[in-house]
Design a binder for this molecule. Structure first.
Ligand SMILES: Cc1cc2nc3c(=O)[nH]c(=O)nc-3n(C[C@H](O)[C@H](O)[C@H](O)COP(=O)(O)O)c2cc1C
Length: 196
């Protein structure tokens, strides 16, 4: 698919066919997620990959025991055969920037203009979303509130922060999110050429 077409077609899917994915598609999504940029090439992201009904059911039981997507009118989110959880690893960045070429040996977090560990995990997530579309699949990035439950369920080290989760699958017809009624902001309110 043309790159422009991938970008144009990317939208959050909230209903999935309960159909397993080809292994090549899963591997391509994971490989591309690892191709994103990272500050100082720290590569401080980890991906928890949950495939098939047993693993995805364990995920939903841990992070959404009240099945919030079902009560919001999107039960088909739970049918996604693949869930990827991208994690940011702050300490990896503090350690990387304490190396001689960076020199922040005090590992002081206030040196950071913004937390690049989250930025890099978001880049990886977008690559996963775009690759899903390019592979003929759909995907949803969504928030995960109970980090403790997720860590306990899958043995994730405390140092890693899940920035959300990505459900991937064959998209089925869904109800658009109410948020979309806001419409896309006009470009002249977003893009400030030359000055604000
Ligand atoms: C950081 C982030 C968190 C989001 N969390 C949720 C979520 O918890 N549930 C959900 O249904 N959509 C979630 N979304 C999807 C947004 O609602 C969606 O991207 C937005 O409405 C624009 O729609 P589109 O991505 O289909 O173009 C999230 C998106 C981002 C970037």
């Amino acid at each position: 698919m043309e790159f422009q077409e991938v970008v144009r077609r990317r939208r959050m899917a909230r209903n999935f066919a309960p159909r397993p994915l080809p292994a090549e598609a899963v591997e391509r999504i994971l490989a591309n997620a690892r191709r994103g940029p990272s500050a100082g090439f720290t590569q401080g992201i980890d991906l928890l990959v949950l495939e098939g009904e047993d693993q995805t059911a364990q995920f939903w039981a841990a992070v959404s025991p009240d099945r919030g997507f079902s009560s919001a009118g999107w039960p088909g989110v739970h049918s996604a055969p693949l869930i990827i959880v991208p994690f940011a690893h702050k300490q990896a960045y503090l350690d990387r920037y304490a190396e001689p070429d960076k020199g922040w040996t005090d590992r002081d977090e206030t040196r950071w203009p913004i937390p690049y560990w989250y930025v890099d995990a978001a880049y990886a997530s977008l690559l996963a979303l775009l690759t899903a579309v390019d592979t003929g699949l759909g995907a949803l990035f969504f928030g995960v509130r109970d980090h403790g439950a997720l860590r306990r369920a899958f043995g994730v080290p405390d140092a890693l922060d899940p920035i959300g989760a990505i459900a991937v699958g064959y998209p089925a017809t869904d109800r658009p999110s109410r948020s979309l009624q806001r419409g896309r902001r006009p470009s002249e309110t977003v893009i400030h050429r030359g000055s604000w």
